[in-house]
Design a protein around this ligand. Structure first.
Ligand SMILES: *Cc1c(COP(=O)(O)O)cnc(C)c1O
Length: 398
């Protein structure tokens, strides 16, 4: 008789054969420019710690004080007894910071997409009426999962292509009850950004709701206020999803936008209603991050200064850094085994940078991805560039 878990053994075997089996690296220190990774101190280019807030003294102090004042957990979901003054304060501060009417704080960016999509679009069980979601081909997994969970029909448009989005809306919208267009703000594999101005125009023209997931733009674009500010569209997008786990350095998700929508999510969003609230330490740390961003543009400026410096250095060395417009720098290498080799050799030279291959990115477009941050010094970047030069020559890439 076949073993009950043979299906797992077989699947794991095929993952290993395809080179897709994930082995976890273990961090031995806080997320920062330099970290202990698998016991070795290396220069870190892998975390989304854009502003260096994950280990920032002021943010840590705010978290520690919140534990003293409020304890370690709220011990309830938001809708029963889990809404602490800290949550209300953070939501108010976040809405002000982003220049929108209201904001809702949930447990993660992943949760935020589950929370926001299903209440806005779906399928009416009683009447059978269905809504339609227009979704960029390269949208994040959490949008795809939220979209599937909603029960709405998903229509995919070509990546960053507002003309194709319009064609898909024209063709499909009449057969459905209502529509919503959803896109990542920054696409994390290439570092390119969605044409929000064109997408907004198209969606408005047909009366389709608009939602952008700004996980990699929050704290980075628009002087730190995100991609909607970058395009001068503040207050126009219906829903702006964000994460507090990247540039903000903490954890949590936010759904900002029109008051009528955000208030409705307080009634309907299932991660909000059925999963406990974020901890006092997380919430207070997020408030402290907003304080820092509102006081000064120093960290955002340093992030962009570092990004320009690193990109210029890589271009001078002869590397192809793709179509990035953000601090995410893909170093295009072609085949997956080369990218893996490159990453391994960088690590041997004291630099931690991740190789990405199929199916995370298309076949033949394997790469090393470098995440620039404000935590790096110019000296750190020079160290990184030297390692790229050395390994690039060894492997015949440059
Ligand atoms: C990282 C990411 C998320 C998930 O955010 P978490 O706060 O880590 O759950 C969601 N959407 C996009 C586009 C992301 O890049």
């Amino acid at each position: 008789m076949a073993g009950k878990f043979d299906f797992i053994r077989q699947d794991v075997e095929s993952l290993k054969e395809a080179g897709l089996y994930i082995s976890l690296r273990v961090m031995g220190s806080a997320a920062d420019a330099w970290m202990v990774v698998d016991g070795q101190r290396v220069l870190n280019f892998c975390t989304n710690n854009y502003l260096g807030l994950a280990n920032h003294p002021r943010i840590k102090a705010a978290a520690i004080k919140a534990v003293d004042d409020w304890g370690v957990g709220p011990a309830a979901v938001r809708s029963i007894a889990g809404t602490q003054e800290l949550h209300v304060e953070f939501e108010r501060r976040m809405a002000e910071f982003k220049g929108v009417e209201d904001a809702l704080y949930v447990q993660s960016g992943f949760c935020a997409n589950q929370a926001a999509l299903a209440p806005l679009v779906g399928r009416d069980r009683a009447t059978g009426e269905q809504d339609v979601l227009f979704s960029d081909r390269l949208n994040h997994a959490s949008i795809i999962d939220g979209a599937r969970l909603s029960g709405a029909k998903i229509v995919v448009y070509e990546h960053c292509d507002a003309r194709d989005a319009e064609a898909k809306i024209k063709e499909n919208l009449p057969s459905f009850r209502r529509g919503l267009l959803v896109t990542d703000g920054v696409f994390s594999m290439d570092g390119d950004i969605a044409p929000l101005d064109e997408l907004y125009e198209v969606a408005e023209k047909y009366g389709v709701m608009t939602m952008v997931d700004d996980a990699h733009g929050e704290g980075v674009l628009g002087g730190g206020k995100g991609i909607v500010h970058h395009f001068g569209l503040q207050g126009k997008f219906d829903v702006e999803v964000g994460t507090l786990s990247k540039a903000f350095g903490v954890v949590g998700g936010v759904i900002a936008g029109k008051k009528i929508v955000v208030d409705y999510l307080r009634q309907k969003a299932r991660p909000f209603l059925f999963s406990s609230a974020t901890t006092p330490a997380d919430t207070a740390a997020c408030i402290a991050a907003v304080d820092l961003l509102e006081e000064s543009s120093e960290l955002v400026d340093r992030l962009w200064g570092n990004t320009e410096y690193f990109k210029k250095g890589m271009a001078e060395l002869g590397f192809d850094t793709g179509r990035t417009q953000t601090p995410i720098v893909p170093v295009m290498l072609g085949e997956a085994p080369l990218a893996k080799d490159f990453s391994r050799k960088l690590f041997e030279n004291g630099v931690f940078a991740m190789a990405l291959g199929f199916p995370t990115v298309p076949r033949g477009e394997a790469r090393i991805r470098v995440m620039n941050t404000a935590a790096h010094s110019r000296e750190d970047l020079d160290t990184g560039l030297e390692a790229f030069e050395k390994v690039g020559r060894e492997l015949g890439v440059i």
